[in-house]
Design a protein around this ligand. Structure first.
Ligand code: 9WN
Length: 468
């Protein structure tokens, strides 16, 4: 198959029970655009990952995102571990080769072989070469949720051989440095949580969660006339962030870059400072994973367990909204929790030490009409409260369903004793790909495929779901 040439769309969230519940048997998926059985789905996923493999990493999409992305590589490694374990380790190794001297893992590692303009904003905007401690290869200066240690642990569990153990040994100090960077340099409020300095760091770029903090970032949509956006040449502009969003994204990048990406004095004037529940849940989950990796590689798990407990405690203290029964981002510029109910709030469920009371409240939120998680889901999990007046079923992270988010929430449901809900979510996610192919995201009502039709983490996480 050719990259970005997957099937387009159609409804098929029902009828995958045979695949979802009993493994690789024929499923009765009526009138779909994707394969109809587990073997076909697995083939599609492997073909997608193979087509997107680029010398030492996997691009998220050949057209929209032709470089290496940080949290994509983590999700991708989880799937690769099943079918191409050597590539799973190369994926993580190439990403961490671009780690900065301060420990930050950049959210984009640019492929120097690609032409200028292959992605916007490219290396000319980030200018990482000007920063002492940045690697030789050009990168962005931002980070993304630290899901890499968890991914490495899960990859190793799928392929527990000497090569994997050697890779864990090599990567362990890099994961520790990644966590140390976040703990030491990004705890802007001094409360034990990580602060993100750009919506791109959340991975859910234009989530309604960022509307309040973004409204305070001074920028005019008109500045975009000076640039050529790459994304809208490959995807419908109505499904992407707006020009005003992009103008603000660029203004925040410029502010951070012009300080040399130094994290000193952020509180004094950086235009976007937010504590995100997903980012911090990943930060805590990383310490849990590192405790297990430490035990495997002969290091001390104790400090990781202690840090994990402190992160969960800080999340509860700072981001838990008791009235709403969910977690909300905190805007550090106003010191207030944002009010939009997004799927970000459900993700602390991945923390195994989240107390039962708060975990139960999250399950209530997940099952509510806002998110619709059920044993038999009639619609996929949306990224935003589907009852909200500004729910947008087509626009990126403002409604559509994404597999990485469903995959995280499903892990959380399993961790907190809800196997039937986890099974319902899994069936719904497999149904999305059976219906539309390995799309980047999906319409949260119809399951129609949106964005890139050959998206790597969809393929990788599908493999993981099929193997369960
Ligand atoms: C900006 C690569 C990345 C994902 C993000 C997703 C999107 C980039 C973009 O694509 O972001 O980083 O250009 O829109 O929001 O989660 O890592 O797949």
């Amino acid at each position: 198959m050719t990259a970005d040439a997957g099937p387009t769309s159609v409804d098929a969230t029902a009828g995958v029970d045979a695949i979802a519940d009993t493994g690789p048997t024929r499923a009765d998926v009526a009138g779909t655009g994707g394969p109809t059985d587990a073997t076909g789905l697995r083939r599609l996923a492997v073909d997608t990952l193979d087509a997107n493999w680029e010398h030492d990493h996997t691009v998220p999409s050949r057209t929209l995102y032709p470089h290496q992305w940080s949290w994509d590589s983590a999700f991708i490694a989880i799937g690769l571990a099943q079918v191409r374990p050597d590539r799973a380790w190369r994926e993580l190794t190439s990403l961490f080769r671009a780690q900065w001297a301060d420990g930050r893992v950049p959210h984009i590692v640019f492929n120097p072989a690609l032409r200028v303009g292959a992605y916007f904003p490219g290396p000319e905007m980030w200018r990482s070469a000007d920063v002492p401690g940045a690697p030789t290869v050009a990168t962005s200066g931002l980070v993304q949720p630290p899901v890499h240690a968890l991914a490495a642990l899960l990859a190793y569990r799928r392929a527990p051989d000497p090569t994997g153990l050697a890779a864990l040994r090599r990567l362990y100090p890099a994961f520790v440095a990644q966590q140390r960077y976040l703990a030491d340099r990004r705890d802007v409020a001094g409360d034990g949580l990580v602060c993100i300095v750009h919506p791109w760091e959340s991975g859910l770029d234009n989530s309604p969660a960022w509307d309040e903090p973004m409204a305070a970032v001074p920028a005019e949509a008109a500045v975009m006339s000076a640039y050529r956006r790459h994304d809208t040449a490959h995807a419908d502009a109505a499904h992407r962030p707006t020009d005003l969003d992009y103008a603000r994204y660029l203004a925040i990048v410029a502010a951070y870059r012009d300080q040399g990406y130094s994290d000193r004095d952020l509180a004094a004037g950086h235009p976007f400072l937010v504590e995100c529940p997903l980012f911090n849940a990943a930060f805590g989950a990383a310490e849990h994973a590192l405790a297990e990796i430490a035990a495997l590689v002969g290091a001390d798990p104790g400090p990781h367990r202690a840090r994990a407990a402190r992160i969960t405690e800080a999340l509860l203290r700072r981001l838990h909204d008791r009235g709403a029964g969910t977690f909300q981002p905190r805007d550090l510029r106003t010191d207030r929790l944002v009010s939009a109910r997004t799927v970000l709030g459900l993700t602390p469920l991945i923390l195994p030490d989240l107390p039962t009371r708060q975990a139960d409240a999250l399950v209530v939120e997940a099952r509510s009409a806002r998110f619709g998680v059920a044993r038999r889901m009639d619609r996929p999990l949306p990224t935003y409260d589907r009852t909200a007046p500004d729910f947008e079923p087509l626009r990126y992270w403002r409604g559509p369903s994404w597999l990485n988010i469903g995959w995280l929430v499903r892990r959380g449901l399993l961790a907190h004793g809800h196997p039937e809900l986890a099974a319902g979510l899994r069936r719904s996610m497999i149904g999305l790909v059976a219906g539309a192919g390995c799309h980047e995201y999906f319409h949260p009502d119809t399951g129609v495929g949106l964005g890139s039709p050959a998206f790597s983490w969809t393929a990788a996480l599908l493999l993981d779901l099929l193997a369960e």
